[in-house]
Ligand binder design. Structure first.
Ligand code: BG6
Length: 811
């Protein structure tokens, strides 16, 4: 009988018994049920370690398997361990025996008992060459024969892929076709990073693996999730839920730092490192995983793998897209030389691979809006340390002098929680909570208070300022993860969905930085303050200007400040021309001045904005540098929109939202997105979205005359979403029209030319070398909106001003 059926049977009998009998019977039945369930799980487990003689196996995996054996063998399971590799049997066995000689026992095991236990483990561990499809078939037959001979029941098989990813597909195919256990027994395959190089390659690898294995069979390892302190983040949040509920949010958290500093460099690993670099090596995986553990919503039950993984995925989805300016990159000075030596590159070779990166991340949800998360990792730095630091805001002012500040009560001392992953001055994993915050609760059997070490200061305060706890027994990450694999604790591993979500987040940044030269640093303490960085307005930048950049050498490129803003005319209207940065500043200033004037005269300012890439820098400038802007009295309209949902990254409104709206305080009712998405469909004529928008404009904007319309100019002469050869919106009565773009997404909504020309002021922003040709052409043509809609922009009684950067204007 299966368990639920048995339980139902018991339940129907018990219902008919009197009270005390009922309780007793239930207790007996539950014990019986537990016993039956345990019986059902026990049996023989075969663990196949592929890459058994490699570095990872020698350093961590055999030790982890030994630990698993010690923990589980006494509980009714039997085990066999198969070390496998491509090496021939004799040599492979020798190498493996060497690796096994260095196994160590836990501290509380006596030396003689340790010898005994190691002997048992060695007898259960055999080497075998796994090269051909037949080798895999033989392995499977051998396991079946062993199970049968010994009268055991097969519980399952674990295959640990400690091999390079190019070998994955062949091994996976062989396991799937000839090494699956019989019915009733489980299969688990354990995979090591790298899981791809970018979103596309990760997707391809995932699809390939998905053709051999079910999702629940795959365990993708990120060894940081097995580090004791990292594995404690969620339980800590859970156990201290009552206090943290009120504190774990944007109102109280100043910032979060997720840091992994290393002193080692990439010597000996150049072929791997040169292809991956620091972002792929540690930020995309270790640091991002930790970030999600801090940022995710805490599920009611943190031991539910399913709930943890779901909440983690939601945290990924809330990450704001990264821009080039979200990161700074560095490279230690001897790196290129190492690559030249190890990869036999010519003397002229210089690598662009970063060995240091700091990235500013934002989590766009109500809990974390505005809280900076700083991720930083690097090789050849001054110390080895890993930690997550949650720094809380402090609004207190203490009147008495500092010598009266007692750490428990004083609200003036910094308030922080540090998940100290390891190393550093402290030298071991620990969780630290400022004494002026709260006394944390941790499982007393496995965590104990750290003894004070006078003189030791951490994060600016003496150790005695913290409640500090460390694990009773230090355990290696791989031992912990092997135990979690055995117990099917999937929350400690990377699902396909989470993996792809992480790559979706990182790939655009990696692409945008691919040709960026990292800042060179000397390594170790000598780097001084060269890598220090600051952040503001969504951007992160080095605090120090690069020394070489301060003194331009002979022949160095002209810098923006070498040029004045140029004033001229273009198509008989005023033209402002400058380098991009200055041009944007000038335009932002002019818009602010127009806004201030409009609000002074009419009480409100109606601004219609175009989408596309050129205005993004403008939006950012307005968002960060214009504190006098009368946002509370500004109405924001769209000059045009793509027919996609407003949440789509392609949507103009989405760009406006990401780069401007979320940083300024515009009343909701003053924001007027174009209604392209009505009745669950996009820009359907019948839904009359264009007419609705026109009515809204007529109702709110006096004489339908915007105070300012910001336009761009396409390389084909289009403006807003009015395209050549597409007559809609070029003349006539309609204020808002549906149009067709030659580029995807084809369907658009746009203000019409007649409406644009009613504006009090129209600014046309044109930037980049790509616009040079059309700028030349349009300078010469007359009024021909059918061929070049931009030539139809001529405000009836308002003013037109062109803003062109030097590249567009001068080429
Ligand atoms: C690995 C990276 O994932 O993590 C290495 O590939 C890095 O570059 C290592 O050195 C750090 O791990 P740990 O456990 O020593 O902090």
């Amino acid at each position: 009988m299966n368990c639920p059926a048995l339980f139902l049977g018991i339940f129907s009998v018990v219902r008919r018994l009197p009270g005390s009998w009922k309780m007793l019977t239930v207790a007996v039945c539950v014990t019986l049920l537990g016993y039956l369930q345990a019986q059902e799980l026990q049996g023989h487990v075969s663990i196949i370690l592929l890459g058994a003689t490699g570095d990872l196996a020698k350093k961590y995996l055999w030790q982890g398997l030994f630990q698993l054996y010690l923990d589980e063998a006494g509980k009714g399971h039997s085990f066999s361990f198969h070390g496998a590799a491509l090496t021939a049997p004799k040599q492979g066995q020798e190498l493996m025996t060497k690796a096994l000689e260095s196994l160590s026992c836990p501290q509380d095991v006596t030396p003689s008992r340790c010898v005994e236990l190691k002997g048992q483990f060695l007898r259960l561990s055999q080497y075998r060459q796994l090269k051909t499809a037949e080798d895999y078939q033989t392995l499977s037959k051998d396991i079946e024969a062993q199970v049968q001979q010994e009268g055991l029941r097969e519980a399952g098989r674990i295959f640990y892929f400690s091999v390079p990813p190019f070998a994955y597909a062949d091994i996976a195919r062989n396991i799937n076709s000839s090494c699956r256990p019989g019915p009733g027994a489980w299969l688990r395959v354990v995979l090591e990073k790298p899981f791809g190089h970018d979103h596309l390659s990760a997707q391809q690898l995932a699809t390939e693996l998905g053709s051999f294995f079910q999702e629940e069979e795959m365990y993708r390892v990120d060894h940081y999730l097995g580090k004791q302190v990292v594995a404690q983040i969620l339980p800590f949040r859970d156990q201290n839920r009552q206090v943290l509920d009120g504190l774990w949010n944007r109102h109280h958290v100043e910032r979060v730092e997720v840091i992994m500093k290393e002193t080692v460099d990439a010597e000996g690993r150049a072929s791997f490192y040169e292809e991956y670099g620091v972002i792929r090596d540690t930020l995309q995986n270790h640091l991002t995983e930790i970030l999600t553990l801090v940022a995710m919503e805490l599920p009611p039950n943190v031991s539910s793998s399913e709930a943890v993984l779901r909440h983690k995925l939601q945290a990924f989805q809330a990450l704001r897209g990264l821009q080039k300016g979200s990161a700074v990159l560095g490279q230690y000075q001897t790196y290129s030389g190492q690559v030249r030596r190890e990869l036999q590159k010519p003397d002229s070779f210089h690598s662009l691979t970063p060995t240091f990166a700091a990235v500013l991340v934002h989590v766009d949800n109500l809990r974390w809006e505005g809280v900076p998360f700083i991720l930083m990792s690097g090789k050849a730095l001054d110390e080895r340390v890993g930690y997550v630091r949650v720094l809380f805001k402090n609004r207190a002012f203490c009147v008495q002098s500092e010598r009266h500040w007692a750490s428990e009560r004083c609200q003036c001392l910094p308030r922080q929680i540090i998940f100290h992953i390891g190393h550093g001055e402290l030298g071991h994993p620990a969780i630290l909570v400022s004494r002026n915050l709260f006394r944390p609760s941790l499982p007393t059997q496995t965590w104990r208070e750290v003894q004070d070490r006078p003189g030791l200061r951490l994060f600016g305060r003496p150790l005695s300022d913290y409640y500090a706890y460390s694990p009773v027994g230090e355990q290696d990450a791989y031992s912990i993860l092997l135990s979690h694999i055995f117990h099917r604790r999937k929350e400690s591993f990377i699902t396909t969905e989470n993996l792809l979500a992480s790559w979706v987040f990182w790939t655009p940044l990696l692409d945008s930085l691919a040709r960026e030269a990292p800042r060179l640093y000397p390594a170790g303490a000598e780097s001084g303050h060269l890598l220090d960085f600051e952040f503001s307005g969504g951007q992160l930048f080095f605090s120090q200007q690069h020394p070489e950049q301060l003194v331009p050498g002979p022949g160095s490129a002209p810098r923006p400040s070498d040029f004045q803003v140029l004033r001229a005319t273009y198509r008989e209207s005023p033209l402002v021309s400058a380098w991009p940065e200055e041009l944007i500043s000038k335009l932002a200033e002019d818009i602010e001045a127009t806004a201030v004037q409009a609000v002074r005269r009419f009480g409100k300012f109606h601004l219609a904005l175009s989408g596309g890439s050129s205005p993004i820098a403008l939006f950012q400038q307005l968002a960060t540098g214009h504190f006098g802007f009368p946002w509370a009295h500004t109405h924001l309209w769209l000059a045009d929109e793509r027919c996609v949902p407003l949440s789509d990254p392609e949507s103009n409104f989405q760009g406006l939202q990401a780069h401007l709206l979320q940083h300024v305080r515009v009343p909701y009712y003053n924001i007027h997105p174009m209604p392209v998405h009505l009745h669950q469909r996009l820009c359907a004529e019948e839904d009359q979205g264009a007419q609705t928008y026109a009515r809204e404009i007529s109702a709110l904007v006096t004489n339908s005359s915007f105070d300012l319309v910001l336009l761009g100019m396409g390389t084909d002469g289009h403006t807003a979403s009015l395209f050549p050869q597409s007559p809609a919106g070029l003349d006539g009565e309609q204020l808002v029209v549906l149009t067709e773009s030659p580029l995807r997404p084809h369907q658009r909504m746009s203000l019409s030319l007649p409406l644009i020309n009613r504006a009090k002021k129209v600014a046309v922003l044109v930037m980049g070398r790509r616009k040079r040709e059309i700028a030349m052409l349009v300078s010469r043509v007359g009024h021909e909106p059918k061929k070049w809609p931009i030539s139809g922009v001529l405000p009836r009684s308002g003013q037109l001003v062109w803003y062109m950067d030097f590249e567009a204007f001068l080429g």
